[in-house]
Design a binder for this molecule. Structure first.
Ligand SMILES: C[S@@+](CC[C@H](N)C(=O)[O-])C[C@H]1O[C@@H](n2cnc3c(N)ncnc32)[C@H](O)[C@@H]1O
Length: 202
């Protein structure tokens, strides 16, 4: 993404990707997604596939919109094609304008924007990765809940796969290991502080 002036929006917190390892000193809210992003194309059998030769993955546009515009912004796509940008903005509650030369694609846009939403059609696979070393049940439990709301929002269809990976790494009870007795009102930040103390006091 490029900007011509120093006056720009970059909402890093909205586009972070999960860490590879749990470490008290890591920012578990996630890492910068970096300069190289990988999204698979929208496969021909995907229910969201449009009859447009260069349809972009919604996950890619989602990241661009989240990173570069604030809520209630106005996004312009002057070559909107199958209207991936408009569809993503619609789901993110952003106003958007699209220009399109081909009347068939304008028609396609009208249909697409009226379809029920079942989650974006693609995601950066790093969003589903489950950090290693989440050994402490309390921290793991809190983290896993946060992971879903931070990284898998608008991607309902990925949650089952995420849970499967969690279970493979941390066992079948990974999501409910915390007993009533263990339940805590501590915030994640407080837990990280406690963990930090433990890590540096050994
Ligand atoms: C690369 S495609 C855009 C694909 C889009 N991002 C998507 O996900 O479907 C470019 C689109 O721009 C349209 N286009 C080309 N020249 C245009 C012009 N001068 N004004 C408006 N639309 C134009 C083409 O018809 C084509 O659908």
């Amino acid at each position: 993404m490029f900007t011509k002036s120093n006056d720009f929006v970059f909402n890093l917190d909205d586009v972070r990707v999960p860490q590879k390892y749990y470490r008290a000193r890591n920012n578990m809210r996630g890492a910068n997604p970096g300069d190289v992003w990988k999204f698979s194309h929208v496969h021909y059998c995907n229910q969201n596939r449009q009859n447009h030769p260069t349809q972009k993955p919604e996950g890619l546009i989602e990241r661009m919109v989240l990173a570069s515009s604030n809520e209630n912004g106005l996004i312009l796509d002057p070559f909107s094609g199958s209207s991936t940008t408009l569809r993503v903005c619609q789901q993110l509650n952003q106003d958007a304008i699209g220009f399109e030369l081909n009347p068939a694609y304008v028609e396609m846009t009208n249909t697409r924007l009226n379809e029920p939403f079942n989650g974006f059609d693609s995601i950066d696979s790093r969003m589903e990765r489950v950090p290693n070393d989440l050994r402490k049940p309390k921290i793991r439990h809190k983290y896993l809940e946060d992971h879903i709301s931070w990284f898998l929002k608008n991607h309902e269809d990925t949650i089952d796969e995420f849970k499967k990976i969690v279970k493979e790494k941390y066992g079948d009870n990974a999501f409910n290991l915390v007993s009533k007795h263990d339940k805590t009102d501590e915030t994640y930040e407080q837990m990280i502080l406690l963990e930090n103390e433990a890590e540096y006091n050994v």
